[in-house]
Design a protein around this ligand. Structure first.
Ligand code: LLP
Length: 408
C-alpha cells in the first residue's frame, strides 16, 4: 500500500522506537516529531504559495515546535499574552506576531503592548479598540469579523457561529472606520470558521466565511494589507476518514477572494502538529467487566483532555511486542483521575491488554500537552522531540514540587 503523504496514521510509527522512548523517558510521554511538523508545514505552503502563514500557537506551544515552524517560515498567531511570551522566547519578531485578543484581560494587553508593540492586534470588539486607544496605542490593528457560519469537529469548536468571537459582519465597516479616524493603522480583517474542517461541507462553510470576509474587505474604509482567513484545517482522527483536500480549500479561498486586493493570511494550528505527535501510556491495571475489559493506564483526562471534553476519538494501538499473537478484546482505556469521564478510548478492538503493556494514542500532537492540567494533583507529562532521527527531552515531567511551588 502506498502511503499518502498527507496523512500519518498511528500504524506508521515504529513500535520498537516508541517502546525505546518510553523505556528511556518514562510514561505518560508525548512524542513530537519535528520532521513531520516541517513536512506538514511545507504541504500547506505549497498549496498556498502566496499566503503568509501564521502558526496558531494554541495547538502546541512547545519551544521546539515553535522554533521549527519559525525556521520553516511561519509567523505566530497568539491567543494570549502567555502565547506572545512564548513566541518571543522562541525567536519570533514582534512584527511576525498576530495577537488575537478575545476579551483580553488588562494584564494581557499591558504585557503585549510593552513586549511586542509592533505586533498586529486582531480585535473582535469595539471595547478592545477603546481599551487599546486608552493605553495610547495606535499601531497595527486587524478587525475580527463574526461571520455567523461555523464548522468543525464538534459544536464546541465551531467558533465562526459563536458570537463571542468577532464583530458582527454588518458592523465591521463602522468599527474599521472608527479605528482609522482614531489613528490606528488598520491593516487587515480576519475570520475563522472553526476547528477541524475535513469534509466537503466543512470546506463549503469555510468558503462562505471567506466570502463574507471578502465583502467586508471590499467595503472597508481602510487600505488593507491582508485578509486573514483563519485556520481550522482538520486531520483524520478515525481510520475511515480521508485527509483534508488542501487543493479544494485553496480553490475555495482563492475564489472567494478573487477581487480583493490584499495578501492572504492563514493561521492553522492542528494541521501542522496533530499527526506529528503520539502519547505513550502504560497499562497498570486490567479489569474484566460485564461489558468491555478495562485497561487502566497512567495517562488520563488531565494528560489528554479531548476525549472527555469533546467525545473526541483518538486511535489507540498496543505496542506489546507480542500484540499480533494475542486474541482481540473489547477494551475501554481509562485513566487515573477520580472522574467517570476519565476515559481515553471506549469499546476498542485491541489485543487483550496485560499489565505493563505500552499503548500509543494517535494524533496527540495538537491540543494534547497544551490542554494538560494538574487536577487530582497529577503532574503534567514529559515531552520528547524527534529531530532528524535524534530524540531529546523537550519538556520535563512536572515534579511534585510543581504542585506546591506557587502556594503561599
Ligand atoms: N485561529 C483562531 C482565531 C482560532 O480560534 C483557532 C482555534 C485557530 C486559528 C486554530 O485552529 P486549528 O487550525 O488548530 O483548527 N481545543 C480544541 C480546538 C480549539 C480551537 C480553537 N481555535 C480541540 O482540541 O479540538
Amino acid at each position: 500500500m502506498t502511503r499518502n503523504p498527507a496523512v500519518r496514521r498511528l500504524a506508521d510509527w515504529s513500535p520498537g522506537d516508541l517502546r525505546d522512548l518510553a523505556a528511556e523517558y518514562g510514561t505518560p510521554l508525548y512524542v513530537q516529531d519535528l520532521d513531520r511538523v516541517r513536512e506538514n508545514y511545507e504541504r500547506v505552503a505549497a498549496a498556498f504559495p502566496d499566503a503568509r502563514i501564521h502558526y496558531a500557537v494554541k495547538a502546541n506551544a512547545g519551544r521546539a515546535v515553535l522554533r521549527a515552524l519559525r525556521e520553516a517560515g511561519a509567523g505566530a498567531e497568539c491567543a494570549s499574552a502567555g502565547e506572545v511570551y512564548r513566541a518571543l522566547d522562541a525567536g519570533f519578531e514582534p512584527s511576525e506576531i498576530h495577537y488575537t485578543a478575545v476579551n483580553p484581560p488588562a494584564r494581557d494587553l499591558d504585557y503585549v503592548l510593552d513586549a511586542a508593540p509592533d505586533a498586529t492586534f486582531v480585535v473582535g470588539a469595539r471595547d478592545t479598540v477603546d481599551r487599546l486607544a486608552e493605553r495610547g496605542f495606535a499601531g497595527r490593528l486587524a478587525v475580527r469579523v463574526h461571520p455567523g457560519v461555523g464548522a468543525g469537529h464538534s459544536e464546541a469548536v465551531a467558533t465562526g457561529a459563536d458570537a463571542k468571537f468577532g464583530v458582527p459582519h454588518d458592523e465591521a465597516a463602522a468599527v474599521i472606520g472608527d479605528a482609522v479616524d482614531r489613528g490606528f493603522d488598520v491593516v487587515g480583517v480576519h475570520a475563522h470558521v472553526g476547528s477541524g474542517m475535513l469534509t466537503d461541507d466543512d470546506v463549503a462553510a469555510h468558503r462562505e466565511v471567506v466570502e463574507r470576509l471578502a465583502a467586508v474587505a471590499r467595503n472597508a474604509p481602510a487600505d488593507l494589507e491582508f485578509v486573514d482567513a483563519g485556520g481550522g484545517f482538520g486531520v483524520p482522527y478515525r481510520p475511515d476518514e480521508e485527509p483534508l483536500d488542501l487543493g479544494s480549500v485553496a480553490d475555495a479561498t482563492r475564489t472567494a477572494l478573487a477581487d480583493v486586493d490584499a495578501d492572504l493570511v492563514l493561521e492553522p494550528g492542528r494541521y501542522f502538529v496533530a499527526d506529528a505527535g503520539v502519547l505513550l501510556t502504560e497499562v497498570n491495571t486490567v479489569k474484566p467487566t460485564d461489558g468491555a475489559t478495562l485497561a487502566g493506564v497512567d495517562a488520563g483526562m488531565t494528560t489528554l483532555l479531548r476525549p472527555a471534553l469533546y467525545g473526541a476519538h483518538h486511535e489507540v494501538r498496543s505496542l506489546a511486542p507480542d500484540a499480533a499473537d494475542r486474541d482481540t478484546d473489547a477494551v475501554d482505556v481509562v485513566g487515573p483521575i477520580c472522574e467517570s469521564t476519565d476515559v481515553l478510548a471506549e469499546d476498542r478492538r485491541l489485543p487483550a491488554p496485560e499489565r505493563g503493556d505500552l499503548l500509543a494514542v494517535g494524533n496527540a500532537g495538537a491540543y494534547g500537552v497544551e490542554m494538560s492540567f494538574q487536577y487530582n494533583s497529577r503532574q503534567r507529562p514529559a515531552v520528547v522531540a524527534l529531530d532528524g532521527g535524534e530524540d531529546s527531552l523537550a519538556r520535563e515531567r512536572d515534579g511534585f514540587d510543581s504542585l506546591t511551588a506557587p502556594e503561599r
